[in-house]
Design a protein around this ligand. Structure first.
Ligand SMILES: O=P(O)(O)OC[C@H]1O[C@H](OP(=O)(O)OP(=O)(O)O)[C@H](O)[C@@H]1O
Ligand SMILES: O=c1cc[nH]c(=O)[nH]1
Ligand SMILES: [Mg+2]
Length: 211
């Protein structure tokens, strides 16, 4: 597994406002959307392209376009939906699959409650979006499912990661074609499995719920 922490002042600026407890849901949604486009710029550096011949108003030339099979974007419901629009804006030809997963608040174990995915991901590049990588249980389960379906290149985009989650992924996904792109790796998890300093519950802050 490869880890890429995006080190950019605009990312740090937006992330700080996102963390701030005074930031309301509409602003939180807008910032999450803006941040994902900045992360996606790095995360798609190796997106597969093919050569294409076109004609400009002046002359014929050769360029590139996103190749087939199309990339797949997979938001992990619910919080991952806050990163979907920004991702497909940058990857307009992408297909979208859905994974509904929720972490048990006591055991911190991830449970899958919905799957809507193509049957065969052979040869597909997959971009998983979920704002929080905490214990890593959710992402490990999601990525193993995608690899079992045939995905040969999986990139996870997270707004924030905890060192514990990064370690679990490195251990469980060693040798697998997986990259994690995040805006920051924070200090640690607290006793409730929340990222410290983190930003709180991403789903609640996106959608205005209280848990
Ligand atoms: O790394 P982990 O310890 O597995 O935790 C991370 C998961 O927790 C959050 O989802 P949550 O379970 O709160 O569901 P929600 O998106 O529906 O709020 C988050 O969006 C991740 O999916
Ligand atoms: O800090 C955390 C950990 C898991 N899920 C969240 O939304 N926030
Ligand atoms: Mg949540």
């Amino acid at each position: 597994m490869r880890l890429h922490v995006v080190d950019h002042p605009l990312v740090a600026h937006k992330l700080t406002t996102l963390r701030d407890q005074r930031t309301d849901s509409p602003t939180f949604r807008r910032l999450a959307d803006e941040l994902v486009t900045l992360l996606a710029y790095e995360a798609t550096r190796d997106v597969r392209t093919e050569q294409v011949d076109i004609r400009t108003p002046v002359a014929p030339t050769t360029g590139v376009r996103l190749s087939h099979p199309r990339p797949l974007v997979v938001p992990i419901l619910r919080a991952g939906l806050g990163m979907l629009d920004g991702m497909v804006r940058l990857l307009p030809t992408a297909e979208v699959g859905f994974l509904g997963m929720v972490r048990d608040e006591q055991t911190l174990e991830a449970r899958t409650y919905a799957t809507r995915m193509p049957d065969d991901l052979s040869g597909r590049q997959v971009y998983v979006v979920d704002p929080m990588l905490a214990t890593g249980g959710t992402l490990v389960a999601a990525i193993n499912l995608l690899i079992d379906l045939g995905a040969d290149d999986v990139t996870a985009l997270c707004l924030l990661a905890a060192p514990e989650g990064v370690e679990l992924m490195e251990r469980e996904l060693a040798g697998k074609p997986v990259t994690v792109v995040t805006a920051a790796v924070d200090e640690r998890l607290n006793e409730r499995g929340f990222i410290v300093p983190g930003l709180g519950d991403a789903g609640d802050r996106l959608y205005g719920t209280v848990s």
